[in-house]
Design a protein around this ligand. Sequence first.
Ligand code: BGC
Length: 492
Amino acid sequence: MTWTHTFDTSPDAELKGILSKDFHWGYATAAAQVEGAWNVDGKGPSIWDKLCHTPGKVKDGSTNEDATRAYDLYKEDVALMKSYGVTAYRFSLAWSRIVPLGGAEDPINEQGIDYYNRLIDELLAANITPFVTLFHWDTPQTLEDRYGGMLNQERYTPDFLRYARICFERFGDRVKHWITYNEPGVYTLAGYAGGMHAPGRSSYRDRNEEGDSSTEPFIVAHTELVSHARAVKIYREEFKPTQKGVIGITLHGNNSEPWDVNDPLDVEAAERARQFEIAWFADPIYGSGEYPACMRAQLGDRLPHFTPEQKDLVQGSSDFYGMNTYTTFFVKHRDEEPDVNDHKGNIEKCDANSEGKSRGPESDTYWLRTAPEGFGKLLRWVWDRYHVPIYMTENGTTAKGELAPTPDVLDDTFRVEFFNGYLRELATAVRDGVDIRSYFGWTFTDNWEWAAGYTDRFGVTFVDFESVEKTRYPKRSAYFLKDYFRHLIQEK
Ligand code: BGC
């Protein structure tokens, strides 16, 4: 089904043409969530391949062996994206497809390189700008087995840098927008604090055999920051002068609002929550060059220290602020001492505030509610604190009841309203002077949502996972975004 309906953008007439002609928009994906072909053409295993083949780790017992088969169907996907009117596509490279064993001395897999070359060429032929993420959570399993992956900064870093260098060398003639890490914080917290994501480590022995939630997340985060900065240094010194691209990092972060606006302790708690979640990574890169003082106060020496050399490297190591954000929480302070495994700033997250106001309508994902106003506030918080151009690299929602591609499901008003609200906020922030240069919806097609398996559908395209062809069905939201961006972006 294709939608012929043109959306009524008249309520937003004053925002017409507010985004500049070179604003990039499109969809974002991640290799492990869409590619499939998990062990073909020489690809090595990643930590997610291992996790999803371990019984009990994924909600619906599924694996990502096939995912949406984007590896096979990339041509059709690019054509579909083109029909959606996008100008850019953000995707990630699977490290273990390019270097199957992952290490600095390990062989390169030319078949993996070929695949990404074909994808990049197909995009460029369709006039779609590639935004490439080097790492979206899929560490090669061999590196985990050899030395514990990112827990071992000294051994991990040269392996990551060699992989990054291969990517700049082989793809940098055509790729001009690089992202080193996707959401280092979620990788760290879900993989080493909660232990639900790969590599599945935490202090909770009913869940994970190994790990220490009170220390490992902070060690891994430090490895990510330092190795990110070293990769950027390589790009800037050896590749940027000829390739002329930009490079940065993408951070996660939801908006936090005080549960009781009249309680100074809640106001402080909301700010502390933002700092634990966002400034943890953003202050060292875009701000003071150190971890936030409130984190140091609570965590002491469990939070690593930057050496003077590391501080120098990390500060200023991103040409832009890559921003992934989805929702808002109300935040209440806690009177008790923080738990040793706490990584949120000793706060409680609530769905409603002290006056009973809900944080927004429920999606099909427990943590995600539609909260456009909070998005507008967070954009300004990031801009006021760091003052670097923002690339919105992910934003989107699931919707309840998307079980089959029926006309009702494909007419996804809930998602249309989500995007409409958030984009209106984005456009208004731009009008108010916030420098925002891209927007990537999450996501292009329904995909394999990590430990939630195939149960959470974030796509503007419905995928029939039961069918061998993984048949794609456009949802109405895809056409809404097309119309709405046509309205917001200046005509050429
Ligand atoms: C991640 C995606 C994920 C999405 C929805 C982001 O945190 O980068 O990989 O699918 O959120 O949960």
